[in-house]
Design a binder for this molecule. Structure first.
Ligand code: GDP
Length: 436
C-alpha cells in the first residue's frame, strides 16, 4: 500500500522473555501466518522437541530456515499495521544474538523490548549481566532513539497493576539514563502466548485499569525518525603498547568509545594517517568480548598496522566514515577566570581528549547572551562571557598541524574542547563549525 511509512524494528530482551512468542503471535494476529501454517508449526515444534509454543516458530517458518532451528543471518520479515509498513530485522531468540543484533540495530528505527513480568524473572533480566540492560545500551549506542517495552507474561501475575507499575518504575529511569528521551519510551502489559493486548485489550482484569495502547497501536504511531546522523565509531587512543597476554599479542591500544560499536574483525582507520588496522581481540574490563559499545573502556589488539602509526590522540574510526582532520574551526566558549582578557592573537593550548596542541585565538566572532548575539566582533573577552571564536592550530615549519575533531552536533564527545593558558583552564567550548 502506498503512502505508508516504512519502519525497521528490532526485538530485544532477556532470553526467555517471550520475544519469539510475541513476534510469532503478532504476525499471526495480523494475518501473515495462515491457520494452515500454524497447524504445521505445532507439529514441527513437537518433532524438533523445543516444546515451546507453536507461535515461537512462526518467524523461522517465514524465514524459510526452520530445519536449522535457528536463524543465523539477518532474516528480514515484513508486516503491516494500519499506518506503517514494518521490516522486522533479525529473528530473535537464538544464542548468538549479539553480532546479528549489532548489524540489525544499526538499521533499526525502533526497538521492541520484551521483559518477563513474572515474579523474579523481570529482576533476573534486569540485574547487572542481564540482557535487558545490555540490549538497551546496545540499541541506543547504535542510534535507535525510540523504544517500546512489552511487559510480557502478565497472565502469570493475574494482570496485577502493582506489578506492572513496579516494572515500569524500575525500567523507565534506566532507559532514560541509557539515553532514551522519556517521550520516546512506551510501555504496555502483554500476554504474548494468549495474544492479549497485542491487537486488542480484551481481558476484563486488564481493562479495569489499563487504557493505554495495544502493541499494534504503539507500533502504528512510531514516528519515522529522520536519522540525520548517527555518530559512527570513534575511539580516541589513550595508550599504545605492545600487548602480550595469554590470549593475544601484537600492537595494542586502549581508549574509551565516544560513540558507536566495535566488533572483532572490524577494519578501522587510524586518523591522522591512512593506515587501516584489523581488530583481532577486544578486552572490556579485562575479559575478552566480541564487541564493545560507546561508553566502554577497551583494549584492542590490532593487526595490519605498525605501532609507529598509532599515538596517543589517534582516533580509530570506520574506514567508510573517518573523522575529519582540520587546522581551524569555530567554537562557542564559556570564559572562565582570567588573569588577562582574551584578544585576537591570544596563544593558548587546545585540549581535546588525550592530546594538547598549541593554538591561537585568531578571530573573536561575537559575544552571546541567552542564545542571542549581543555584540559582533568584540575586541576582548572577559570572565563569564559566552562567545564565539575561531581557533587555529599553530604550525611549525616542518609540521602542518591538524587535529581530528568534529562539530558537537555531529558527535557530542568529539566536539568538546578545553582551552588553557599558562597552566590555567581559561575556557571550555563546543565546536560548531569546521573550517578546513
Ligand atoms: P525468547 O527467548 O525471548 O524468544 O522467548 P520465547 O518466545 O521462546 O518464550 C520463552 C518461554 O516463555 C516459552 O516457554 C513461552 O511459551 C513462554 N511464554 C511466552 N510468552 C508467554 C506469556 O505471555 N505467558 C506465559 N505464561 N508464558 C509465555
Amino acid at each position: 500500500e502506498s503512502g505508508k511509512k516504512n519502519i525497521s524494528l528490532i526485538v530485544v530482551g532477556h532470553v526467555d522473555a517471550g520475544k519469539s512468542t510475541l513476534m510469532g503471535r503478532l504476525l499471526y494476529d495480523i494475518g501473515e501466518l495462515t491457520e494452515k501454517e500454524k497447524t504445521a508449526n505445532e507439529r514441527g515444534s513437537k518433532k524438533i522437541g523445543k516444546g515451546s509454543f507453536a507461535f515461537a516458530w512462526g518467524l523461522d517458518a517465514l524465514g524459510d530456515e526452520r530445519d536449522r532451528g535457528v536463524t543465523i543471518d539477518i532474516a528480514t520479515t515484513h508486516f503491516a499495521t494500519p499506518h506503517r509498513n514494518y521490516t522486522l530485522l533479525d529473528a530473535p531468540g537464538h544464542r548468538d544474538f549479539i553480532p546479528a543484533m549489532i548489524s540489525g540495530a544499526a538499521q533499526a528505527d525502533v526497538a521492541l523490548m520484551v521483559v518477563d513480568g513474572s515474579p523474579g524473572e523481570f529482576e533476573a533480566g534486569f540485574e547487572r549481566g542481564g540482557q535487558t540492560r545490555e540490549h538497551a545500551w546496545l540499541v541506543r549506542s547504535l542510534g535507535v532513539k525510540e523504544i517500546i517495552v512489552g511487559v510480557n507474561k502478565m497472565d502469570l501475575v493475574s494482570w496485577s497493576q502493582d506489578r506492572y507499575e513496579e516494572i515500569v518504575e524500575a525500567l523507565k529511569p534506566f532507559l532514560v539514563s541509557a539515553g532514551f528521551a522519556s517521550a520516546k519510551t512506551t510501555f504496555m502489559p502483554l500476554a504474548a502466548m494468549e495474544g492479549i493486548n497485542i491487537v486488542e485489550n480484551d481481558v476484563d482484569e486488564l481493562k479495569e485499569w489499563y487504557t493505554g495502547p495495544t502493541l499494534i497501536n504503539a507500533l502504528d504511531k512510531v514516528e519515522v525518525p529522520s536519522r540525520p546522523y548517527d555518530s559512527p565509531l570513534r575511539i580516541p587512543v589513550s595508550n599504545v603498547f605492545k600487548g602480550q597476554t595469554a590470549i593475544a599479542s601484537g600492537v595494542a591500544v586502549s581508549g574509551r568509545l565516544c560513540s558507536g560499536v566495535v566488533q572483532v574483525g572490524d577494519r578501522l582507520r587510524a586518523v591522522p594517517g591512512d593506515e587501516v588496522a584489523t581488530v583481532r581481540t577486544i578486552e572490556v574490563d579485562e575479559d575478552t568480548s566480541s564487541y564493545a559499545v560507546s561508553g566502554q573502556n577497551v583494549t584492542l589488539y590490532l593487526s595490519g598496522i605498525d605501532s609507529i602509526n598509532l599515538s596517543i590522540g589517534t582516533i580509530l574510526c570506520p574506514t567508510s566514515l573517518p573523522v575529519p582532520l582540520v587546522s581551524k574551526f569555530i567554537t562557542q566558549i564559556l570564559v572562565f577566570d582570567l588573569q588577562s582578557p582574551i584578544i585576537v592573537g591570544t596563544s593558548v593550548e587546545l585540549f581535546h581528549h588525550s592530546v594538547n596542541l598549541p593554538a591561537t585565538i585568531c578571530r573573536l566572532v561575537n559575544v552571546m547572551e541567552k542564545g542571542q548575539v549581543l555584540k559582533k566582533n568584540p575586541r576582548v573577552l572577559q570572565k563569564g562571557m559566552t562567545a564565539t571564536v575561531e581557533i587555529a592550530l599553530r604550525s611549525s615549519s616542518n609540521n602542518n598541524a591538524r587535529i581530528p575533531i568534529e562539530t558537537s552536533q555531529e558527535n557530542k564527545e568529539m566536539g568538546r574542547v578545553l582551552i588553557r593558558r599558562n597552566g590555567e583552564t581559561i575556557a571550555a567550548g563546543v565546536v560548531t563549525e569546521l573550517l578546513g
